[in-house]
Unconditional design. Structure first.
Length: 158
């Protein structure tokens, strides 16, 4: 799961600004102009809405970052950006209707798994390329294997 952090800016020694609400040191909402118990009930409803909106914004930000990270990996990988975009965009669009944070987090975890798989494929491709370029025995074995398979396929096709 994602950890959510609230950024607190200290305005003065007795007043703190927390997510667009002013709170004094005793924890009472002092930003509203209403008074009495109505102030506390409305502040609770507002805090729930603020918390829900901030969660939605954080999840939206996380989804956008994962999509951007996928596109970045596409530029680095041998698969290419077009291939990754053609596979990822329909999946992201299919899940664009989700509003439940739990379902969104499940999709984010799946996307992180896909990102790890793409990174592993990139490392494997890089390792094989380096091994081919520096290891002459590996190159000879690979050439022998290809020539044997090409010779077999030509004789079978006749």
């Amino acid at each position: 799961m994602f950890k959510t952090y609230k950024f607190i800016n200290v305005v003065s020694t007795t007043r703190l600004m927390v997510s667009n609400r002013s709170i004094n040191s005793s924890g009472i909402n002092i930003s509203g102009s209403s008074s009495g118990s109505h102030q506390f009930s409305s502040s609770n409803n507002n805090t729930e809405k603020d918390h829900q909106n901030s969660d939605n914004k954080e999840l939206r930000y996380a989804v956008k970052n994962l999509y951007k990270h996928l596109m970045y990996l596409g530029r680095l990988s041998f698969l290419g950006v077009d291939y990754i975009r053609d596979k990822a965009k329909p999946q992201f669009m299919a899940n664009s209707h989700l509003t439940d944070p739990k379902e969104i987090n499940i999709c984010l975890e799946r996307t992180k798994y896909v990102i790890k798989e793409i990174e592993a494929l990139n490392r494997l491709h890089k390792y094989r390329s380096l091994k081919k370029s520096y290891d002459h025995e590996f190159q000879k074995i690979n050439d022998d294997f290809l020539s044997a398979n090409i010779g077999d396929s030509n004789s079978n096709s006749r």
